[in-house]
Design a protein around this ligand. Sequence first.
Ligand code: PLP
Length: 372
Amino acid sequence: MPPISLLNTLWLNSNMRIKLVQPYFGSEEPEAAAQVMRSFMIAQGPRVKEFERAFADYIGTRHAVATSSGTTALHLALLSAGIKQGDEVITTPFTFVATTNAILHCGARPVFVDIENGTLNMDSSLLEESISGSTKAILPVHIFGQPADMNGISAVARKHGLKVIEDAAQAHGATVGNRKAGSIGDAGCFSFYATKNITTGEGGIITTNDDGIAEAASSLRNHGQKAKNQHTAVGWNSRMTDMQAAIGLVQLKKLDAINRKRAENAKYLTEGLSGHVDTPQAVEGTVPVWHLYTIRTKKRNEVVKALQNAGIECGIYYPIPVYRQEAFAKMGLNGSLPIVEGVCKEVVSIPVHPALSRADLDEIIGTIRKVC
Ligand SMILES: *Cc1c(COP(=O)(O)O)cnc(C)c1O
């Protein structure tokens, strides 16, 4: 077990000179939010509708349904795809707990498959052996903005009649061939949390080409309302506000530029670090969006200490497979998958965000090269 307590304090340490993540916005975003406030129409309304249209067009799906968070997007997408009590959903243990929580909130059981050493995503060659009579869906995560093997996953899903819900919370704009992450499965789920490539503070969205999923999700996010005073399902309040949507509309216009800068920074880091640590690689035919730039090294403790001493923030994503989290382990979901267990001991994420200067990147590279 790594020294989690030490590592998990790093993210909160705002004294660091070079931040691991920071929102990237100018004066247009607060101005857009202020305009909504001055209209006094601040809850879900016309800006949310506009944001949904713009986001669906960007991802290349017929529909988008905005929600209060990436977690509620996942929860409502799974429910809208028909996932219910007693079903099994195959997913990855190398992710944020929200992925697993969304499955459990439906009353379904997460079944974990191991990850690939290269992309750190779900290993699609292990899916078939995990399918049981109760399996209803596959929930891959495009971890760190690196697309999962959607061709392999889709082939297994088609063969066995399973739904595919993509957790694209870290992958706004990533592509597989000529398709965007979030447009390949039955539904895609995005987060606009403060640390993501684009943000609305909190917020999420479901993208889908399926009319039924879109209709169910937009009803469930609003108390199962079908028409005014007509409620046909027990739903939730998982709505986005017009203030958030107004911010999102401005952020979305900047997304390609943000991702280009992240890709440039990633390329520079890889040039400086390869041969010293294991650097992340893009898979042929995919374009990652570098939500996090995650290296692997057996000298992780030394790297973390050196970066910290130099005032450079870093983070461990993720120190343990989710099935080892106490909440899930005590439900009997704990297991031991060999690749993810090894990966969790070696990963460390270093800054790659668009506000970094060339000098910042040189400093990060120099600090790591001194210990590796
Ligand atoms: C951020 C994130 C989520 C959850 O999104 P929230 O908006 O924080 O609820 C889900 N899955 C992954 C992989 C994430 O990184």
